[in-house]
Design a protein around this ligand. Structure first.
Ligand SMILES: [Zn+2]
Length: 77
C-alpha cells in the first residue's frame, strides 16, 4: 500500500510498534501493537480493529507489565 503522505515514495509495511498514548493526563505505552509503517517517512497507520482494542484496554486498564522511564524534552530556553 502506497504511503498517504503527499510526495512520499514509501510503502507501508506490517510492523509491531510501541504505541504511545496520553490518557487522562498519563502517558502510556502499549508495546507490540500491529501497525502499518511507511518505510520512508515512518508514518504509522493503525487498523480500526486495533484502535478499538486499544480504546477497550484504556477503559479497563490492566497493570502495566513494565515501568519505563519517561523523559521530558528539554527545549532551549
Ligand atoms: Zn511515507
Amino acid at each position: 500500500m502506497e504511503c498517504s503522505i503527499k510526495g512520499c515514495p514509501g510503502k507501508y509495511e506490517e510492523r509491531k510498534i510501541a504505541h504511545t498514548i496520553r490518557f487522562q493526563g498519563r502517558v502510556s505505552i502499549i508495546d507490540h501493537v500491529p501497525a502499518k509503517v511507511c518505510s520512508v517517512c515512518g508514518d504509522v497507520l493503525l487498523g480500526l480493529e486495533t484502535v478499538e482494542k486499544i480504546e477497550a484496554m484504556l477503559q479497563k486498564p490492566a497493570m502495566p507489565v513494565k515501568e519505563v522511564p519517561l523523559f521530558e524534552y528539554a527545549g532551549s530556553a
